[in-house]
Design a protein around this ligand. Sequence first.
Ligand code: FNR
Length: 370
Amino acid sequence: MTALFSPLELRDTTVPNRLMVSPMCQYSCEARDGLATEWHHVHLGSRAVGGAGLVMSEATAVEKRGRITPEDLGIWNDAQADALERTTRFVKEQGAVPGIQLAHAGRKASKTRPWDGSHPLYPDDGGWEVVAPSGDPWPYDEEDKGDAPPTREMTQGDIEQVIGSFRQAAERARDAGFEVAEVHAAHGYLLHEFLSPVTNHREDDYGGDFEGRTRLAREVTEAVREVWPDEKPVFVRISGTDWFDDRDAWTAEQSARLADRLHEVGADLVDVSSGGIAPGSYPDRVGPNYQLPLAEAVREGAESGVAIGTVGGITTPEQAEAVVANGRADLAIVGREFLRDPYFGLRAADALDATDEVSGPPQYRRAFGF
Ligand code: FNR
């Protein structure tokens, strides 16, 4: 038995193997209404056909102003949840577990999609006012992209509204058939902006020390857990570090402490990514397993035994197998390799001589030998 194709039991949910498709924005809601299209159905569906045990949707906005671009997927209304239902059904028919990443972009909201330049969008040009823990905008000028859209410090009322939006989004996602909810608290988006002293300069209960800065991420996770079925897991994606040594910033040590606190409020797995809080908040090296040391640091520093996922630079079956077999993480999360090859899971089973451990689609049996 391979480690990669052994099931992962979380609560009463069985993820059939340890390969997860990383959440990846598709910026493909052409009508700018947050509704899933044929693209999302085929994109997520083909990766379930392709052998992933868990197929995580892209960052899905819990509020309209929490979209990165106008073309982002949303789950702030019932029509959006309904449009996702046939995809969760199809993913499950393939034996995979459908997950949804619930997201709010904070001060990184309101820009054009990457292939249109990721330029800031202003309210009179299809953009909107963005909200953040503090009023300082994303420094687009450092990237020669002009001025940021208007950025407003969140009030207590805004904070309550965001917690409510995550809760309602989770309820809709549950009713649409998703089995894992992942709270997006990484990459410089809203919840990470609260966690990091780089972006959080508040002086109320949601800023200041570790307790204050982590409060929103904990309260959002708790709110999602309250409505998420007991037998189904909740994940949280965090940035394990801001990659800044020269200023007060978010670190691996704080990440490990946070992982325990998230576990206390019902998170079952912490998905450890990194960076994104400001320009320059990126690793020097993005080679194989580049974020695995962070996942290990969180695993070693946390005392609760919360499950850990690692993402970043996993591109070969042997690498994914080694990550799990050597106990370095519980879940191997694969992003770009799953864009290059939707059938990476089936190819991995083939390469690891594990085709008898997966229930691949019979339609493809002659190619893979299930
Ligand atoms: C991403 N990433 C990302 N992360 C996330 O948490 N939510 C998201 O919606 C997205 N969107 C996204 C789109 C695209 C096109 C890419 C390439 C990446 C980051 C992604 O999930 C992953 O963490 C990184 O790509 C690193 O993993 P790989 O690609 O080295 O396996």
